[in-house]
Design a protein around this ligand. Structure first.
Ligand SMILES: Nc1ncnc2c1ncn2[C@@H]1O[C@H](COP(=O)(O)OP(=O)(O)OP(=O)(O)O)[C@@H](O)[C@H]1O
Ligand SMILES: [Mg+2]
Length: 595
């Protein structure tokens, strides 16, 4: 819990990046725009005339006023009106075209980013994925992508537009009247600098507010996830207190933010209106002396507002772009992490035996703890061996090493006496079936879950596997049968039922090597019998490693490896090991009898 909070803050800090990183991130994102470069550039070029047209409006308005105040013929009025209309139409058409083109491009770019990321992430080695905590990763990525999407569908276009406005307006202002330009060009930068400074202050505060809000939503998430624990331990009061505290903090920060914002807005309004009033007064003087016309003054004021608006907007959108570049840092890091080379194209070969030679291993996040310590073992084709030992002894980890989910830190693993590194990951993994200790099913139908063992299996094959796994017995009781949905939005299956689905999946995969990681939780006698039966069928004609917690399973094995703190302390057949009255195995058996 405490850890996830810390992660969030570092994630926030990461959004502030230096210019070198910004450049790299920009190159990374622009790389995705390359296939659409032509179209994007055309769309952006069209923005030039569209913005130029907007720039004409103040000038036209000024002309209109001058027409009215000077000669005042209705014909001229008509001409100006028509030009307004024509320009509006042209601008609308171009605006539509540009927006649609940019949106289409951005959507495709974001989609490409999403799919690339997904494809890359699922090919990352488990070491990287556990390091980064999968849940955090996926939520983080989706919010980062949203940020990038918003920026690139809006901010980039807006910045270009406003820069055109800015340059155009300033040029026109200067050419209209130097006397009017000077006071405006002196006042504007001052206003903008102050506005930017206050904007930054407000943003910093709003980050703090968001952090507080994130903390409170973490509490909501965690509490709801473990709601049954909350209820059994009657900790509703405790959770309420915890939640209220974060909400109070949130309110406090939000209010100081609002106060700052209020000062800011008041200041801006005061200076802007003050500035406008000043220029109007000054301008009115110039009009009276005949230096400028009424229309010129008006269009001048409008251009001045364009300049102010454009300055503010550019600064804001620039901030957005920086934020997005920051948000893409994690993405690029992930994309640069090397993926596993599966070698799916390597020819399929049949492997039936496993050899471990002085294998040691530590999980990367706890590199100082040796989880597997100098383990050597040989499992011959068709043999059935058992791993036994206390909880945390390293049995599941050894199974993971055999599946090549991790690389040993030292020593070698071979299959049919061929070094693992001479085989591709796919070649090894396709030869190994697993019924894991904790079975998590995919959110989908039972059929889909079983079929995962062999995606192109026929319906008959799936049913046959389910039958052999003794799973048909409960599947048939669902009204939708094989099509019943399981997982978060479907039926919740019991541990024993999930195990049988996993057995059916392994049966369908039909691998020569099998790993059964027995569930630690015990089942009722009836399910126990159904599962043992299913497992017997699954183990037939296969090399099998059973990670066992039950004596009944272990007894029938050819050989037993006793694990203790990551080492194999005893190995041999049941009778042999049982005969050693001081042995670990004998102690383990005695405990089983007591139970
Ligand atoms: N993904 C992981 N990251 C870090 N440490 C891990 C990870 N998985 C297991 N460990 C640690 O490695 C050690 C061995 O765990 P392992 O799961 O192999 O035990 P086990 O023998 O299968 O136990 P059990 O009988 O309870 O299933 C434990 O101390 C455990 O905390
Ligand atoms: Mg285990």
């Amino acid at each position: 819990m405490a850890k996830s909070r810390r992660d969030r803050t570092t994630a926030e800090e990461k959004t502030r990046i230096d210019s070198e990183t910004a450049r790299k991130q920009l190159a990374f994102l622009l790389g995705y725009y390359r296939p659409y470069a032509g179209r994007t550039i055309v769309a952006l070029l069209f923005m030039l005339p569209a913005s130029a047209i907007s720039l004409l409006f103040p000038r036209l308005t000024g002309d209109l006023i001058d027409t009215v105040t000077k000669s005042g013929s209705s014909d001229q009025l008509y001409t100006v009106g028509l030009s307004f209309l024509g320009l509006l139409i042209v601008q609308a058409v171009i605006g539509y075209f540009v927006s649609v083109t940019m949106a289409r491009t951005t959507e495709r770019v974001i989609a490409a980013l999403r799919t690339d990321l997904f494809d890359h992430i699922i090919r990352l080695p488990l070491t990287v994925l556990t390091e980064r905590r999968i849940g955090e990763l996926s939520s983080r990525l989706s919010s980062d992508l949203t940020q990038i999407q918003e920026t690139f569908s809006f901010s980039v276009m807006q910045i270009l537009r406003q820069i055109i406005f800015l340059i155009g307006s300033i040029a026109i202002i200067i050419s209209t009247s130097v006397q009017l330009t000077v006071p405006i060009l002196v006042a504007l930068p001052v206003i903008v600098v102050v506005a930017l400074y206050m904007g930054r202050k407000i943003r910093a505060l709003s980050t703090k507010t968001q952090d507080a809000l994130a903390r409170s939503s973490t509490i909501v998430e965690e509490t709801l996830q473990s709601i049954s624990a909350v209820k059994t331990y009657v900790q509703e009061g405790y959770e309420t207190k915890r939640y209220h505290a974060t909400i109070d903090e949130n309110v406090r920060l939000a209010i100081s933010g609002a106060r700052l914002r209020a000062i800011f807005v008041t200041f801006i309004i005061f200076t802007i209106f003050g500035g406008i009033a000043g220029v109007i007064l000054y301008g009115a003087g110039l009009v009276m002396s005949g230096a400028v016309t009424m229309g010129q003054l008006l269009s001048f004021l409008m251009y001045a507002m364009f300049v102010g608006g454009a300055l503010g907007s550019v600064a804001e959108q620039f901030g957005q772009i920086q934020k997005s570049l920051g948000a893409s840092v994690r993405m690029r890091e992930l994309m640069q992490a090397p993926v596993e080379e599966l070698g799916e194209d390597a020819p399929r070969i049949r492997l039936t035996s496993v050899q471990l030679d002085h294998v040691s291993f530590s999980y990367p996040e706890r590199a100082d703890t040796t989880v597997i310590d100098n383990v050597s073992l040989q499992i011959a084709p068709g043999e059935r061996v058992a791993f036994v030992g206390s909880s945390g002894a390293g049995k599941s980890t050894t199974a993971a090493l055999i599946q090549r989910l991790y690389d040993p830190t030292q020593g070698t693993i071979s299959y049919d006496w061929t070094d693992a590194h001479a085989l591709s990951l796919a070649q090894v993994r396709l030869n190994i079936g697993i019924v894991p200790q904790d079975i998590v099913l995919f959110g989908g139908t039972i059929d889909e879950n079983i079929r995962y063992g062999k995606i192109d299996a026929t319906e008959e094959e799936v049913v046959a596997a389910a039958r052999a796994a003794n799973a048909m017995e409960f599947i048939e009781r669902f009204p939708e049968g094989m099509q019943a949905r399981v997982g978060e939005r479907g039926i919740k299956l019991s541990g024993g039922q999930r195990q049988r689905i996993a057995i059916a999946r392994a049966l369908l995969k039909n691998p020569p090597i099998l790993i059964l990681d027995e569930a630690t939780s015990s089942l009722d006698a009836d399910s126990e019998r159904l599962i043992s039966e299913a497992l017997e069928r699954l183990m037939e004609h296969r090399t099998t490693i059973i990670i066992a917690h039950r004596l009944s399973t272990v007894r029938r094995c050819d050989r037993i490896y006793v694990f203790d703190s990551g080492r194999i302390v005893e190995s041999g057949a049941h009778d042999e090991l049982f005969a050693n009255a001081d042995g670990k195995y004998r102690r383990w058996c005695d405990l089983q009898f007591i139970q």
